[in-house]
Design a protein around this ligand. Structure first.
Ligand SMILES: *Cc1c(COP(=O)(O)O)cnc(C)c1O
Length: 423
Protein backbone atom coordinates (compact mmCIF):
# COMPACT_ATOMS: atom_id res chain seq x y z
CA UNK A 1 0.00 0.00 0.00
CA UNK A 2 1.09 3.55 -0.69
CA UNK A 3 0.97 6.42 1.80
CA UNK A 4 -2.39 7.66 0.55
CA UNK A 5 -4.04 4.25 0.97
CA UNK A 6 -2.31 3.63 4.29
CA UNK A 7 -3.58 6.95 5.59
CA UNK A 8 -7.15 6.13 4.57
CA UNK A 9 -6.81 2.85 6.46
CA UNK A 10 -5.03 4.50 9.40
CA UNK A 11 -7.86 6.99 9.86
CA UNK A 12 -10.26 4.15 10.56
CA UNK A 13 -8.22 2.83 13.48
CA UNK A 14 -6.02 5.67 14.74
CA UNK A 15 -7.32 9.05 15.79
CA UNK A 16 -6.66 11.34 12.85
CA UNK A 17 -4.56 8.56 11.36
CA UNK A 18 -1.57 9.38 13.58
CA UNK A 19 -0.32 8.78 17.09
CA UNK A 20 1.00 12.26 17.80
CA UNK A 21 -0.62 15.41 16.43
CA UNK A 22 2.56 16.93 14.94
CA UNK A 23 2.68 14.04 12.47
CA UNK A 24 -0.54 15.07 10.76
CA UNK A 25 0.23 16.60 7.35
CA UNK A 26 -2.05 17.86 4.61
CA UNK A 27 -3.32 16.18 2.48
CA UNK A 28 -1.75 13.10 4.10
CA UNK A 29 1.58 12.28 5.73
CA UNK A 30 4.09 10.06 3.95
CA UNK A 31 4.54 6.68 5.61
CA UNK A 32 8.15 5.78 6.26
CA UNK A 33 9.47 2.37 5.25
CA UNK A 34 13.05 2.77 6.50
CA UNK A 35 15.76 5.30 7.21
CA UNK A 36 19.53 5.45 7.09
CA UNK A 37 21.92 8.27 7.88
CA UNK A 38 20.42 11.61 6.81
CA UNK A 39 17.76 9.98 4.65
CA UNK A 40 14.18 8.78 5.09
CA UNK A 41 12.63 6.42 2.53
CA UNK A 42 8.86 6.29 2.22
CA UNK A 43 6.60 3.44 1.11
CA UNK A 44 6.00 5.23 -2.20
CA UNK A 45 9.60 4.95 -3.31
CA UNK A 46 10.69 8.52 -2.48
CA UNK A 47 13.66 9.52 -0.38
CA UNK A 48 14.10 12.68 1.66
CA UNK A 49 17.00 14.53 3.25
CA UNK A 50 15.72 14.61 6.82
CA UNK A 51 15.84 17.84 8.87
CA UNK A 52 13.13 16.65 11.26
CA UNK A 53 15.16 13.73 12.59
CA UNK A 54 12.24 12.41 14.63
CA UNK A 55 11.83 15.92 16.14
CA UNK A 56 15.30 16.00 17.59
CA UNK A 57 16.68 12.67 18.82
CA UNK A 58 18.76 11.56 15.85
CA UNK A 59 21.89 13.70 16.05
CA UNK A 60 23.89 10.74 14.67
CA UNK A 61 21.39 10.23 11.84
CA UNK A 62 19.21 7.16 11.39
CA UNK A 63 20.42 3.64 12.19
CA UNK A 64 23.93 4.58 13.29
CA UNK A 65 25.94 1.31 13.23
CA UNK A 66 27.17 1.54 16.85
CA UNK A 67 23.66 2.21 18.14
CA UNK A 68 22.17 -0.58 16.03
CA UNK A 69 24.78 -3.01 17.31
CA UNK A 70 24.16 -2.02 20.94
CA UNK A 71 20.41 -2.52 20.54
CA UNK A 72 20.83 -5.86 18.79
CA UNK A 73 23.21 -7.10 21.47
CA UNK A 74 20.90 -6.01 24.29
CA UNK A 75 17.77 -7.50 22.68
CA UNK A 76 19.41 -10.89 22.79
CA UNK A 77 20.26 -10.45 26.47
CA UNK A 78 16.69 -9.54 27.37
CA UNK A 79 14.68 -6.35 27.06
CA UNK A 80 13.33 -5.73 30.57
CA UNK A 81 14.29 -7.20 33.93
CA UNK A 82 12.63 -5.22 36.71
CA UNK A 83 16.00 -5.20 38.46
CA UNK A 84 18.94 -2.80 38.31
CA UNK A 85 21.57 -3.26 35.61
CA UNK A 86 25.17 -2.22 35.15
CA UNK A 87 24.09 -0.26 32.07
CA UNK A 88 22.15 2.20 34.23
CA UNK A 89 25.20 2.83 36.41
CA UNK A 90 27.46 3.32 33.43
CA UNK A 91 25.08 5.65 31.65
CA UNK A 92 24.41 7.69 34.81
CA UNK A 93 28.17 8.06 35.31
CA UNK A 94 28.59 9.32 31.76
CA UNK A 95 25.82 11.88 32.26
CA UNK A 96 27.27 13.09 35.55
CA UNK A 97 30.64 13.49 33.83
CA UNK A 98 29.23 15.48 30.91
CA UNK A 99 26.24 17.52 32.11
CA UNK A 100 27.32 20.33 34.49
CA UNK A 101 24.31 20.31 36.86
CA UNK A 102 24.12 16.52 37.07
CA UNK A 103 25.32 14.96 40.30
CA UNK A 104 22.61 12.30 40.36
CA UNK A 105 20.23 10.95 37.77
CA UNK A 106 16.78 9.31 37.47
CA UNK A 107 15.96 7.56 34.22
CA UNK A 108 12.35 7.67 33.05
CA UNK A 109 10.71 6.95 29.68
CA UNK A 110 9.84 10.27 28.08
CA UNK A 111 10.62 13.95 28.30
CA UNK A 112 7.08 14.48 29.51
CA UNK A 113 7.67 12.25 32.51
CA UNK A 114 10.97 13.95 33.23
CA UNK A 115 9.48 17.47 33.44
CA UNK A 116 6.53 16.17 35.44
CA UNK A 117 8.93 14.62 37.96
CA UNK A 118 11.20 17.69 37.97
CA UNK A 119 8.28 19.96 38.84
CA UNK A 120 7.03 17.61 41.55
CA UNK A 121 10.55 17.41 42.94
CA UNK A 122 10.90 21.21 42.92
CA UNK A 123 7.63 21.53 44.78
CA UNK A 124 8.52 18.78 47.22
CA UNK A 125 11.97 20.15 47.93
CA UNK A 126 10.92 23.79 48.39
CA UNK A 127 7.52 23.25 49.95
CA UNK A 128 6.15 25.82 47.46
CA UNK A 129 3.39 25.45 44.88
CA UNK A 130 3.83 27.94 42.06
CA UNK A 131 5.90 27.41 38.95
CA UNK A 132 6.87 29.84 36.22
CA UNK A 133 7.06 28.85 32.56
CA UNK A 134 7.42 30.87 29.39
CA UNK A 135 4.80 31.47 26.73
CA UNK A 136 5.22 29.13 23.82
CA UNK A 137 7.52 26.78 25.71
CA UNK A 138 6.67 23.08 25.55
CA UNK A 139 7.55 20.78 28.41
CA UNK A 140 5.55 17.73 27.37
CA UNK A 141 1.87 17.01 27.31
CA UNK A 142 1.00 16.87 31.02
CA UNK A 143 -1.45 19.04 32.90
CA UNK A 144 0.78 21.49 34.82
CA UNK A 145 2.54 22.80 31.74
CA UNK A 146 -0.24 22.67 29.16
CA UNK A 147 -0.98 26.28 29.68
CA UNK A 148 -2.15 28.67 27.04
CA UNK A 149 0.81 30.44 25.57
CA UNK A 150 -1.21 33.53 24.84
CA UNK A 151 -1.21 37.20 25.52
CA UNK A 152 -1.97 37.09 29.23
CA UNK A 153 1.67 37.54 30.18
CA UNK A 154 2.47 36.89 33.81
CA UNK A 155 -1.16 36.09 34.65
CA UNK A 156 -2.36 32.85 36.12
CA UNK A 157 -2.47 30.05 33.63
CA UNK A 158 -5.50 29.04 31.63
CA UNK A 159 -5.32 25.47 30.29
CA UNK A 160 -4.69 25.10 26.55
CA UNK A 161 -6.31 21.68 26.33
CA UNK A 162 -9.81 20.51 27.08
CA UNK A 163 -9.73 18.09 29.98
CA UNK A 164 -7.21 20.03 32.03
CA UNK A 165 -9.06 21.51 35.01
CA UNK A 166 -8.22 25.10 35.88
CA UNK A 167 -7.22 23.82 39.29
CA UNK A 168 -4.32 21.95 37.70
CA UNK A 169 -2.83 25.06 36.15
CA UNK A 170 -3.81 27.65 38.75
CA UNK A 171 -0.27 27.54 40.10
CA UNK A 172 1.37 27.85 36.70
CA UNK A 173 2.51 31.41 36.01
CA UNK A 174 3.55 32.68 32.60
CA UNK A 175 6.12 35.17 31.41
CA UNK A 176 7.50 36.10 28.03
CA UNK A 177 10.84 34.70 26.98
CA UNK A 178 13.63 37.29 27.03
CA UNK A 179 11.42 39.67 29.05
CA UNK A 180 13.67 40.65 31.97
CA UNK A 181 11.12 43.08 33.40
CA UNK A 182 8.20 40.70 33.12
CA UNK A 183 10.12 38.04 35.02
CA UNK A 184 11.13 40.57 37.68
CA UNK A 185 7.49 41.51 38.08
CA UNK A 186 6.49 37.87 38.64
CA UNK A 187 9.23 37.52 41.24
CA UNK A 188 8.21 40.74 42.96
CA UNK A 189 4.68 39.48 43.36
CA UNK A 190 5.20 35.74 43.79
CA UNK A 191 8.91 35.22 44.53
CA UNK A 192 8.31 33.57 47.88
CA UNK A 193 5.70 31.17 46.49
CA UNK A 194 7.72 30.04 43.47
CA UNK A 195 9.04 26.48 43.56
CA UNK A 196 10.79 26.77 40.21
CA UNK A 197 11.26 28.39 36.86
CA UNK A 198 11.24 25.85 34.04
CA UNK A 199 12.42 26.80 30.57
CA UNK A 200 13.84 25.62 27.31
CA UNK A 201 17.16 27.52 27.25
CA UNK A 202 16.72 27.70 23.48
CA UNK A 203 13.04 27.55 22.61
CA UNK A 204 12.66 24.71 20.15
CA UNK A 205 8.90 24.30 20.18
CA UNK A 206 8.06 27.72 18.81
CA UNK A 207 10.52 27.46 15.94
CA UNK A 208 13.96 28.32 17.25
CA UNK A 209 14.14 31.27 19.63
CA UNK A 210 17.46 32.18 21.22
CA UNK A 211 18.03 33.53 24.71
CA UNK A 212 19.24 37.12 24.58
CA UNK A 213 22.59 38.08 26.07
CA UNK A 214 22.42 37.70 29.84
CA UNK A 215 18.88 36.30 30.04
CA UNK A 216 19.84 32.83 31.33
CA UNK A 217 22.28 34.33 33.83
CA UNK A 218 19.56 36.71 34.98
CA UNK A 219 17.21 33.76 35.57
CA UNK A 220 19.94 32.02 37.54
CA UNK A 221 20.28 35.08 39.76
CA UNK A 222 16.59 35.83 40.38
CA UNK A 223 15.79 32.21 41.19
CA UNK A 224 18.72 31.90 43.61
CA UNK A 225 17.76 35.12 45.37
CA UNK A 226 14.15 33.99 45.78
CA UNK A 227 15.01 30.46 46.88
CA UNK A 228 13.29 29.05 43.78
CA UNK A 229 14.87 26.32 41.68
CA UNK A 230 16.01 26.79 38.10
CA UNK A 231 15.13 23.89 35.79
CA UNK A 232 16.51 23.75 32.27
CA UNK A 233 14.33 21.59 30.07
CA UNK A 234 17.12 20.32 27.84
CA UNK A 235 15.08 17.58 26.18
CA UNK A 236 16.08 19.17 22.85
CA UNK A 237 19.27 21.09 23.70
CA UNK A 238 20.89 18.33 25.79
CA UNK A 239 23.73 16.71 23.81
CA UNK A 240 22.59 18.98 20.92
CA UNK A 241 24.28 22.35 21.56
CA UNK A 242 27.29 20.65 23.09
CA UNK A 243 28.01 17.47 25.01
CA UNK A 244 26.98 19.28 28.21
CA UNK A 245 23.95 20.87 26.54
CA UNK A 246 22.85 24.51 26.73
CA UNK A 247 24.11 24.82 30.30
CA UNK A 248 27.63 24.15 29.09
CA UNK A 249 27.20 26.14 25.86
CA UNK A 250 25.96 29.27 27.63
CA UNK A 251 27.85 28.70 30.90
CA UNK A 252 24.80 28.88 33.19
CA UNK A 253 24.24 25.94 35.51
CA UNK A 254 20.66 25.21 36.63
CA UNK A 255 19.65 23.28 39.76
CA UNK A 256 18.06 20.53 37.69
CA UNK A 257 17.81 19.55 34.06
CA UNK A 258 15.51 17.32 32.10
CA UNK A 259 16.94 15.40 29.18
CA UNK A 260 15.43 13.10 26.57
CA UNK A 261 15.40 12.76 22.78
CA UNK A 262 19.11 12.49 21.85
CA UNK A 263 19.86 10.82 25.20
CA UNK A 264 17.92 7.71 24.13
CA UNK A 265 19.83 7.14 20.90
CA UNK A 266 16.50 6.88 19.07
CA UNK A 267 14.70 4.84 21.74
CA UNK A 268 12.25 6.33 24.26
CA UNK A 269 13.87 8.03 27.25
CA UNK A 270 13.58 10.83 29.74
CA UNK A 271 16.17 11.83 32.31
CA UNK A 272 15.99 13.95 35.41
CA UNK A 273 19.38 15.16 36.59
CA UNK A 274 20.43 17.56 39.30
CA UNK A 275 22.25 18.35 42.48
CA UNK A 276 22.57 15.44 44.88
CA UNK A 277 20.92 17.24 47.77
CA UNK A 278 17.82 17.87 45.61
CA UNK A 279 17.70 14.48 43.92
CA UNK A 280 17.67 12.79 47.31
CA UNK A 281 14.13 14.03 47.81
CA UNK A 282 13.04 11.41 45.25
CA UNK A 283 11.69 8.03 46.33
CA UNK A 284 13.02 5.63 47.58
CA UNK A 285 15.28 8.00 49.58
CA UNK A 286 12.87 10.89 49.87
CA UNK A 287 9.20 11.70 49.99
CA UNK A 288 8.71 12.80 46.36
CA UNK A 289 7.25 9.79 44.60
CA UNK A 290 8.39 8.73 41.16
CA UNK A 291 8.28 5.25 39.66
CA UNK A 292 8.00 3.39 36.35
CA UNK A 293 7.99 -0.17 35.03
CA UNK A 294 10.28 0.80 32.17
CA UNK A 295 12.44 3.34 34.01
CA UNK A 296 16.05 2.78 32.99
CA UNK A 297 14.99 -0.05 30.69
CA UNK A 298 17.98 -1.89 29.21
CA UNK A 299 17.10 -1.19 25.56
CA UNK A 300 17.03 2.59 26.03
CA UNK A 301 20.09 2.42 28.28
CA UNK A 302 22.05 0.48 25.65
CA UNK A 303 21.01 2.77 22.80
CA UNK A 304 21.53 5.96 24.80
CA UNK A 305 24.87 4.88 26.16
CA UNK A 306 26.03 3.99 22.66
CA UNK A 307 24.84 7.28 21.14
CA UNK A 308 26.17 9.54 23.88
CA UNK A 309 29.35 7.43 23.86
CA UNK A 310 29.85 8.19 20.16
CA UNK A 311 29.25 11.90 20.81
CA UNK A 312 31.73 11.92 23.70
CA UNK A 313 34.33 10.11 21.62
CA UNK A 314 33.92 11.96 18.33
CA UNK A 315 32.99 15.43 19.61
CA UNK A 316 31.26 16.41 16.35
CA UNK A 317 30.03 19.77 17.68
CA UNK A 318 32.46 21.99 15.78
CA UNK A 319 31.52 20.46 12.46
CA UNK A 320 27.79 20.50 13.28
CA UNK A 321 27.98 24.17 14.23
CA UNK A 322 29.81 24.98 11.00
CA UNK A 323 27.19 23.13 8.94
CA UNK A 324 24.42 24.89 10.86
CA UNK A 325 26.01 28.26 10.16
CA UNK A 326 26.32 27.46 6.46
CA UNK A 327 22.68 26.40 6.27
CA UNK A 328 21.46 29.49 8.14
CA UNK A 329 23.52 31.90 6.03
CA UNK A 330 22.52 30.08 2.84
CA UNK A 331 18.83 30.28 3.73
CA UNK A 332 19.12 34.01 4.36
CA UNK A 333 20.62 34.44 0.90
CA UNK A 334 17.98 32.21 -0.69
CA UNK A 335 15.19 34.28 0.87
CA UNK A 336 16.84 37.51 -0.18
CA UNK A 337 17.25 36.27 -3.76
CA UNK A 338 13.60 35.23 -3.85
CA UNK A 339 12.57 38.62 -2.49
CA UNK A 340 10.94 37.11 0.60
CA UNK A 341 11.24 38.87 3.94
CA UNK A 342 12.65 36.34 6.36
CA UNK A 343 14.56 35.92 9.59
CA UNK A 344 16.67 32.84 10.14
CA UNK A 345 17.53 31.88 13.71
CA UNK A 346 19.55 29.07 15.18
CA UNK A 347 22.48 27.88 17.18
CA UNK A 348 24.78 24.89 16.74
CA UNK A 349 22.80 22.32 14.72
CA UNK A 350 19.32 23.83 15.28
CA UNK A 351 17.60 26.39 13.10
CA UNK A 352 14.34 27.78 11.83
CA UNK A 353 13.31 30.32 9.22
CA UNK A 354 10.45 32.72 9.93
CA UNK A 355 8.82 34.60 7.08
CA UNK A 356 8.64 37.99 8.73
CA UNK A 357 10.49 41.29 8.55
CA UNK A 358 10.55 41.76 12.31
CA UNK A 359 12.72 40.25 14.98
CA UNK A 360 11.60 37.00 16.67
CA UNK A 361 12.53 36.99 20.36
CA UNK A 362 9.50 35.41 22.02
CA UNK A 363 6.32 33.48 21.26
CA UNK A 364 4.29 36.55 20.43
CA UNK A 365 6.74 37.74 17.79
CA UNK A 366 7.00 34.19 16.41
CA UNK A 367 3.23 34.17 15.88
CA UNK A 368 3.56 37.21 13.61
CA UNK A 369 5.49 35.25 10.98
CA UNK A 370 3.65 33.97 7.90
CA UNK A 371 2.95 30.38 8.98
CA UNK A 372 0.86 29.72 5.85
CA UNK A 373 3.78 30.56 3.59
CA UNK A 374 5.91 28.30 5.75
CA UNK A 375 3.56 25.35 5.18
CA UNK A 376 3.54 25.92 1.42
CA UNK A 377 7.33 26.12 1.50
CA UNK A 378 7.48 22.92 3.58
CA UNK A 379 5.27 21.12 1.05
CA UNK A 380 7.33 22.34 -1.91
CA UNK A 381 10.50 21.16 -0.15
CA UNK A 382 8.92 17.75 0.39
CA UNK A 383 8.16 17.48 -3.34
CA UNK A 384 11.86 18.16 -3.92
CA UNK A 385 13.08 15.49 -1.53
CA UNK A 386 13.70 17.58 1.60
CA UNK A 387 11.75 16.83 4.78
CA UNK A 388 11.31 19.81 7.10
CA UNK A 389 9.10 19.49 10.18
CA UNK A 390 5.58 20.40 8.98
CA UNK A 391 5.15 23.41 11.24
CA UNK A 392 6.52 26.90 11.63
CA UNK A 393 6.71 26.16 15.35
CA UNK A 394 9.22 23.33 15.23
CA UNK A 395 12.97 23.47 14.88
CA UNK A 396 15.00 21.93 12.06
CA UNK A 397 17.96 19.79 13.03
CA UNK A 398 21.19 18.61 11.44
CA UNK A 399 22.90 15.30 12.13
CA UNK A 400 26.47 14.10 11.81
CA UNK A 401 25.24 12.03 8.85
CA UNK A 402 24.40 15.14 6.78
CA UNK A 403 27.07 16.00 4.23
CA UNK A 404 28.16 19.36 2.87
CA UNK A 405 26.77 18.35 -0.52
CA UNK A 406 23.38 17.59 1.00
CA UNK A 407 23.34 21.00 2.63
CA UNK A 408 24.17 22.69 -0.70
CA UNK A 409 21.50 20.62 -2.46
CA UNK A 410 19.02 21.65 0.23
CA UNK A 411 19.77 25.33 -0.38
CA UNK A 412 19.27 24.89 -4.10
CA UNK A 413 15.92 23.20 -3.49
CA UNK A 414 14.97 25.88 -0.97
CA UNK A 415 15.36 28.56 -3.65
CA UNK A 416 13.05 26.69 -6.04
CA UNK A 417 10.57 25.79 -3.29
CA UNK A 418 10.34 29.35 -2.04
CA UNK A 419 9.70 30.80 -5.50
CA UNK A 420 6.97 28.20 -6.03
CA UNK A 421 5.47 28.70 -2.56
CA UNK A 422 5.26 32.45 -3.02
CA UNK A 423 3.66 32.27 -6.43
C1 LIG B 1 9.94 16.78 23.14
C2 LIG B 1 10.00 17.64 24.34
C3 LIG B 1 9.46 17.24 25.56
C4 LIG B 1 8.64 15.98 25.71
O1 LIG B 1 9.38 14.85 25.49
P1 LIG B 1 8.59 13.48 25.09
O2 LIG B 1 9.66 12.43 25.08
O3 LIG B 1 7.97 13.75 23.76
O4 LIG B 1 7.57 13.26 26.14
C5 LIG B 1 9.67 18.03 26.67
N1 LIG B 1 10.36 19.18 26.57
C6 LIG B 1 10.88 19.61 25.40
C7 LIG B 1 11.66 20.87 25.38
C8 LIG B 1 10.70 18.86 24.24
O5 LIG B 1 11.16 19.32 23.08
Amino acid sequence: MGSRELFEEAKRYLVGGVNSPVRAMKPYPFFTARAKGARLYDVDGNSYIDYCLAYGPLILGHAHPEVVEAVRRQAELGTAYGTPTELEVEFAKLIVRTVPCAEMVRFVNTGTEATMAAIRLARGATGRKKILKFEGAFHGAHDYVLVKAGSGATTHGVPTSAGVPEEATRNTLLARFNDFQGVEEVFRRHGEELACVILEPVMGNAGCILPEEGFLKFLREVTSEAGALLIFDEVITGFRLSLGGAQEYYGVVPDMATLGKIAGGGLPIGILAGREELMQHLSPLGRVYQAGTFNGNPMSMAAGLAAVGVLAKEKPYGRLEEMGRRLRRGLEEVCQDAGVEARVYGVASMLQVYFTSSEVRDYESALKADAELFLRYQREMLKRGVFLPPSQYESCFLSTAHTGEEVELTLERAGEALREARA
